[in-house]
Design a protein. Sequence first.
Length: 321
Amino acid sequence: MNRRQVLAASLAPLAAPALAQEAWPARPLRLIVPFAAGGPTDIVARIVAPHIANTLGQPVVVDNRAGAGGVTGVDLIARAADALTFGIASAGGLAIAPNLDRRTPYDPVRDLAPLTLGVLVPEPLVVPAASPFRTLRELIEGAKARPGTLNYGSTGNGSMPHLAAEQFRAAAGIELVHISYNSGGQLATAILRNEVQLGFADLPVLLPHVQAGGLRALAVGTTERLRWIPDVPTFRESGLPEVDASNWHGFVAPARMPEGPLAALGRATIAALRDAEVRERLDAQGAIPGGNPPEEFGAFIRSENAKWAEVIRRNRITADH
């Protein structure tokens, strides 16, 4: 054996570990939630996370990173340089903020990889129980008879309830006055007290009041009626197919995540959302469980971006700063 062969033989044992690939995931995963603990997005994350962990064989640690209406947390997901960080984001962070504010630091299509839709959260249009409007048609006729005298509430400029109401206002050809509140709970209370005469909000926020008789739901922006309020028609049934408004929360990963871990994480997340127990718990929250393929969820994100960009542009909606 010559000198070169001796050197190669002596280095071979050192090279072997470097060539071996570490099994993924070898450490716990981090699931970023762009909102505070206890909110709707956080609840979905904590229902799904243990099932992902069981599939992948590593703990999934929920990391709440609230700020800027969800933008701060989504930006952390997009910037993550490891293959162990992913997250859940809402329509606000993935489809509204990038079209509302040019300073949003990420592109939801370029910088994030879709995993699957977590839940779809319907946005009913409601009025106080004492309202004279018992149907959507009566509401529209009343608004046209007294232009600009009806107020609607939202959870902030550029929020889903705001954009849903603007989509409805434009489709119906009516004038309404916008009043902003800090939370869905405050908004529901304002409608109950007739401080505002109508409003949209997430179904879980409104459902207890509808079931108790304090609020009356007039229409839902989903393609089909909802099992929780089966007597309430869709906007399409009511002659306004243009009103297509639902909130949603979906799982995403950094676009830079390697293909292997990305595919494995996607399969585990979809499997979790298709689990019967998970679906039952999400349904109990007033949400429609997801679990669609990444390609389908990616197309959904693009379509939601296009839809809300047009609503923002047509109604000249700007971000609050």
